[in-house]
Design a protein around this ligand. Structure first.
Ligand code: AQP
Length: 325
């Protein structure tokens, strides 16, 4: 079974990206053929600084490697280096109903936050995502909860293509983790943790121990004093519980027992230590890898040729079926 997933290089990656997506990738690469993309064409659908883009692409690659993606097992490449992605997106766009795109939650949310930048690329983002996935005939897509709707649309595009032009694509499943699929902002636990939000709202994977400590200690908590997990009544502390539980490999019930009678401050202090220790190898590997640009370039180059072979083969079949060859 082939797996596909990707991340937009729009800034530093955070614990949400890790717990929602990357952590699953590490396990999946042991048992599946995995294709992991740095989706720069998606990154330019929201406001960006062109000088920062290449830096963000490299930083995303470094996160993949620091988190444990093995370039000898998995394919890692940059989306814009393979022109078959936008080419397939154009073809799939011709069978995607406009209404489907207009009802996508991400389109609506990003249009609200970037009122001066509502572009056609933002609207057709899910078609490009469908192309990313279908180009590699991936059968499963490990993503956080926010991307589940886009994978659903990919399934319906695949189905439509098959009905219209003959069986070509399998309908991919989304793999959304049971826990950690939506890590919330530290400053507003009603919103998801997002790269493009205030840096205080995110724990970045390469944050210094001091920053981690400061951000966790000042994370928004809830009224009352009890350290208990209750997403509806205590969204702030419950979000911290989820992070604690996933990084320390303890259940929320065990944590409730451990912190019974203790206060939020004690819980946060202990969580800060857990996060700092967990992310220590990430910081170390980042230092090592950021000095090895030639090695990083080589990984992208080698992976790209593996990805291109699959992409070209799919495009040939798609064009033939659509009457373009
Ligand atoms: N808060 C989150 N909790 C769990 N999973 C998350 N993901 C993103 N945020 C959370 C998952 O990370 C993967 C990569 O996401 P992306 O960067 O391609 O796009 P995004 O979902 O739009 O992520 P951000 O951080 O919110 O980026 P910006 O601010 O640039 O829009 C996906 O699998 C996503 O589900």
């Amino acid at each position: 079974m082939r797996i596909f997933s990707g991340i937009r290089p729009t800034g530093s990656l955070h614990l949400g990206n890790y717990l929602g997506a990357i952590k699953q990738w590490i396990d999946l690469q042991e048992t599946h053929e995995c294709v992991f993309c740095i989706v720069d064409l998606h990154a330019i659908t929201t406001p960006y600084d062109k000088k920062e883009l290449q830096k963000n692409i490299f930083e995303t690659l470094i996160v993949y490697l620091a988190a444990g993606i093995n370039p000898e097992k998995s394919v890692i490449f940059v989306q814009s280096h393979i022109k078959e992605h936008p080419e397939l997106a154009w073809l799939l766009g011709t069978i995607t109903p406009l209404g489907e795109l207009q009802r996508m939650t991400q389109f609506k949310e990003k249009s609200k936050t970037n009122k001066a930048y509502i572009n056609a690329g933002l609207l057709s983002y899910p078609v490009l995502m469908a192309a990313d996935i279908l180009l590699y005939r991936a059968e499963a897509v490990p993503v956080g909860k926010d991307q589940g709707q886009h994978v659903e649309l990919t399934r319906s595009i695949a189905k439509k293509f098959n009905q219209k032009f003959g069986q070509t694509f399998k309908e991919p499943e989304s793999l959304i983790p049971k826990e950690g699929a939506k890590i919330m902002s530290l400053t507003d636990p009603k919103k998801k943790m997002s790269k493009s939000d205030d840096p205080k709202s995110c724990i970045f994977l390469f944050d210094s121990p001091e920053d981690i400590q400061r951000k966790i200690m000042s994370a928004q908590t809830d009224s009352g004093k009890d350290v208990i997990y209750n997403v509806t009544k205590k969204p702030g502390i419950s979000n911290l519980f989820t992070i604690y539980s996933l990084l320390a490999n303890k259940t929320t019930q065990d944590l409730e027992k451990e912190f019974k009678g203790k206060n939020y401050g004690e819980f946060k202090k202990s969580l800060a230590k857990i996060v700092i220790d967990y992310l220590e190898p990430f910081r170390r590997k980042q230092k090592e890898l950021s000095l090895r640009e030639v090695y990083l370039q080589e990984i992208l180059k080698q992976s790209q040729s593996r990805a291109l072979t699959i992409a070209q083969e799919t495009m040939r079949e798609v064009k033939e079926k659509m009457g373009l060859l």
